[in-house]
Design a binder for this molecule. Structure first.
Ligand SMILES: Nc1ncnc2c1ncn2[C@@H]1O[C@H](COP(=O)(O)OP(=O)(O)OP(=O)(O)O)[C@@H](O)[C@H]1O
Length: 247
């Protein structure tokens, strides 16, 4: 077991009131797993991700990663957000180098690492372009290259493809699966798209809201690449749909 969440509860103060956002979440995740956190808006997916990444503290319970208590963000884990988080005044290469700048790495080595990951995400021709010159999908690839450049053990992704059109989104899903396969990362991926979860995940953690609780954990044992129209895919998708009472 790599990530160990036990009895995690999160409450936020809202004026006089206390809002319970996560209620008694217990979950263990293995190294190299692709986990999707799936649930309706407001069920606490982002809050859980933020706690795992060290941006927020739990109110009760514990989170251990690789045997250590999570208290602050570290470069062993990186988060990729929906809005890419690129610096508009920096070109692609300098954006990808960003996470390496605080480390004791020479300028030439930094450049070499950045170029390696820019190639990996297929943007070698755009290394000198600024983010505004790139499409949304390309910008998200830059964010992925930047995340990979620091050699994280875990990648947290918060609806990373939410702003992309359907075709680009499917392409990016294939790319992230390929990156996961070749780099053997542990990926925790927040989405409220059921198809996306079934396409990507080894396990889907389905949440119910108010307060956020784990409703069910679904193991997706389909081989990759998955056929979005295959019988087994649709069977699992229908099972997840039924958990949300969507007809
Ligand atoms: N810092 C905060 N202070 C107060 N309330 C918060 C804070 N952060 C989140 N919340 C509340 O916690 C609840 C869960 O929010 P969260 O963003 O984790 O949900 P989510 O499942 O990721 O939703 P979405 O899919 O819409 O992003 C919401 O009601 C939100 O308003």
């Amino acid at each position: 077991m790599y990530i160990d969440i036990q009895g995690l509860t999160k409450k936020f103060k809202r004026g006089e009131q206390t809002l319970m956002v996560l209620d008694n979440i217990s979950l263990t995740i293995n190294q190299g797993e692709f986990i999707c956190l799936l649930g309706p808006s407001g069920c606490g997916k982002t809050t859980l991700l933020n706690i795992l990444a060290g941006f927020e503290n739990a109110s009760e319970g514990s989170v251990l990663i690789d045997g250590e208590v999570v208290s602050t963000p570290t470069s062993r884990y990186v988060t990729i957000f929906q809005n890419y988080g690129l610096l508009p005044w920096r070109n692609v290469r300098h954006n990808v180098e960003l996470g390496l700048e605080g480390k004791k790495i020479s300028k030439s080595k930094r450049k070499e690492i950045a170029e390696k990951y820019i190639c990996l995400v297929g943007l070698d021709k755009f290394a000198n372009s600024n983010p505004a010159q790139l499409s949304g999908g390309m910008q998200q690839r830059v964010a992925i290259a930047r995340a990979l450049a620091v050699s994280p053990d875990i990648i947290f992704m918060d609806e990373p493809f939410g702003a992309l059109d359907a075709m680009t989104r499917m392409k990016m899903q294939d790319e992230i699966l390929e990156i996961k396969r070749s780099q053997n990362k542990t990926i925790i991926f927040v989405t409220h798209d059921i198809d996306e979860a079934v396409y990507l995940a080894d396990r889907i953690i389905v949440f119910s809201p108010n307060p956020g609780r784990i409703k069910e954990i679904i193991q997706v044992q389909l081989k990759f690449p998955r056929d979005r129209n295959g019988y087994d895919f649709i069977r699992i998708r229908d099972k997840v749909f039924s958990l949300f009472d969507i007809h």
